[in-house]
Write a protein that binds this ligand. Structure first.
Ligand SMILES: Nc1ncnc2c1ncn2[C@@H]1O[C@H](COP(=O)(O)OP(=O)(O)OP(=O)(O)O)[C@@H](O)[C@H]1O
Ligand SMILES: [Mg+2]
Length: 225
């Protein structure tokens, strides 16, 4: 379970020597996310969707407020511990896939397991199973540039699942894909939620926003619905 209380995120941009301007990404966010939920996050460009996802996924820390993960206050944890939590419990999928171009699909999927210290034999076996799960068993030795956008996103999902995380964070996962391909990606994500994974997904698309069990609407950094 994730509990956010009174979360603010801001950046102070210097304006000359003595003054600065405070830019808010999130304002007074209070949010509880339970295991197994499928949360969608919607709102206009600049409303704070990606900022909220980054903070929920511990890719960035709030400026103020309290963040409890399974009851543990994460804001006081050292960076190394935050990285360990992300790698073990969280999976991430982004609009632009973020695969490493010099690695094959099989190698990309193995990466989080390498960081977790899993043996090469186990890594290769699990990476193969995960690529099979997303329908890519015929593409395991391909490099990203030799795959379509939808195939690359499926590799990214397989990679996100590598360490069997409880949470999947997705920022516009179908934003760069044609609608039919996007639909296949959404089916995979919905299937993961049915298997018990907690999903938190940013989307611009009203139809996709309705696929979750709960939709959060952001406006100017606040949750407004
Ligand atoms: N690293 C940063 N430094 C300064 N300001 C930032 C930073 N990241 C985000 N912001 C600001 O925070 C606000 C929210 O940005 P965010 O990227 O969360 O919006 P978004 O809802 O994801 O938009 P989009 O739909 O365009 O992706 C914006 O005003 C943005 O300029
Ligand atoms: Mg964004």
């Amino acid at each position: 379970m994730i509990n956010l209380t009174g979360i603010n995120k801001y950046w102070d941009k210097p304006l000359g020597k003595e003054s600065s301007e405070r830019v808010y990404g999130l304002r007074d966010v209070n949010l509880e996310i339970k295991r197994g939920e499928f949360i969608t996050i919607m709102g206009q460009s600049g409303s704070g969707k990606s900022t909220l996802l980054q903070i929920l996924g511990l890719l960035d820390l709030p400026s103020e407020g309290e963040f409890l993960l399974e009851g543990t206050d994460v804001m006081g944890l050292p960076d190394r511990e935050l990285a360990r939590i992300r790698n073990k419990f969280f999976g991430f999928v982004f609009q632009s896939f973020h695969l490493l171009p010099e690695l094959t699909a099989l190698e990309n999927v193995q990466l989080p397991m390498t960081y977790a210290g899993i043996s090469a034999k186990q890594r290769i076996e699990r990476a193969g199973e995960l690529l099979d799960k997303v329908g890519l068993s015929h593409r395991i030795h391909h490099h990203p540039k030799a795959m379509s956008g939808g195939e690359q996103q499926r590799v990214a999902i397989a990679r996100a699942l590598a360490n069997d995380p409880g949470f999947l964070f997705a920022d516009e996962p179908t934003g760069n894909l044609p609608s039919e391909t996007g639909r296949q990606i959404m089916e995979i994500i919905q299937g993961l939620n049915k298997e018990g994974m907690t999903i938190i997904m940013v989307t611009h698309d009203d139809a996709l926003g309705k696929l979750g069990s709960r939709c959060l609407r952001l406006s100017d950094g606040r949750i407004v619905g």
